[in-house]
Design a protein around this ligand. Sequence first.
Ligand SMILES: Cc1ncc(COP(=O)(O)O)c(C=O)c1O
Length: 381
Amino acid sequence: MEVLRKGLWCRLDGSYAQRFEEAWANALGAKYCVATASGTTALITSLHALGIGPGDEVLVPPYTFVATVNVVLLVHALPVFVDTDPETFQMDAGKIEAAITDRTKCILPVHLGGSPADLDRILAIGQKHRLPVLEDACQAHLAEWRGRKVSTLGELGCFSFQASKNLNSGEGGAIVSNDEELIRVCESFHNAGRGAATADFSYVRNGSNHRMTEFQAALLLAQLERLEEQSRVREQNAEYLTKQLREIAGITPARMYEGCTRNAYHLYMLRYDKAHFAGVPRARFLEALQAEGIPCSGGYAPLNKEPFLKNTLQSRAFRSIYSAKEIAAYEARNHCPANDKLCQEAVWFFQTMLLGSRADMDQIAEAVRKIHKQAALLAKT
Ligand SMILES: Cc1ncc(COP(=O)(O)O)c(C=O)c1O
């Protein structure tokens, strides 16, 4: 209401965006933060700051929200997919080095579902090959790797505060870093290429407008007050749920890497093996769960096989940058068999469900047990 009444709705006039940046950097133990309009614009700004553009390759997971891939294509670079580790649902760090070429300019791991990707290995590969690591932490608010908040371990880290996220303002995003030079470029790029966070008319680079509004920042400052407590509830409920679900044959909750000291549980992810459910297809299992009053989803489809990717590579802009031979070579190595299989087996529950009571968790587990028990009957109907 203060933002509304004062009439200072843009960050260039008000103080909320800056206050949120300070609070979010502080919550993460990061030196710097730039608030943005969304997670997508945080990633685009970061790619620009890292100087990534036409002719470059960026290593991405195929198991992620489409924005991770969209941003690479938007700077006219090629998203090179590294297959998924099906046990953790994260980019398989053991397959990164094989995907590196002399065109690779960045590793872009996603902490999918709020569970950290294998940062020890990813950061070591980044160092060895002198590749910056841009962490997509859009789903991983307050997640930790060996006691440090994810997003602060790579060169840059990005968040989303879109409505579905654990910390949300409807839309919103942020970039964090400990590298002053990089963050100053982000600050400038996201503010129309101005030299500093001002409204004057002098520019130091080509930029864009990816600024957060004062309304978003005010909402986030209030939301931030309850994030720690909510994160604790999600973690406790998820652990309780895992204990029950892993006792059911054919249900395998996502494993965390040994270095994970905190999972943000944006998603509760598991694999469903129909062989233990009398061959009942996953779609039928999801329907049965929903009939028991349990919201759920089958999650992502394989992004590397999306028709829009092929269409983009055939666009005028891409054809003017990449030869037909280069595109063909890219397509020939674009295979992620482990991810294809995972996409058929995944089941998700949402972070809001994990804010419920212990009784809610019991209800989820009981529904899965019931379907397991009645699977033969379900298979016949
Ligand atoms: C992994 C991931 N990356 C990027 C984004 C993009 O964020 P936004 O929707 O705020 O642009 C999202 C969320 O939507 C996401 O889940």
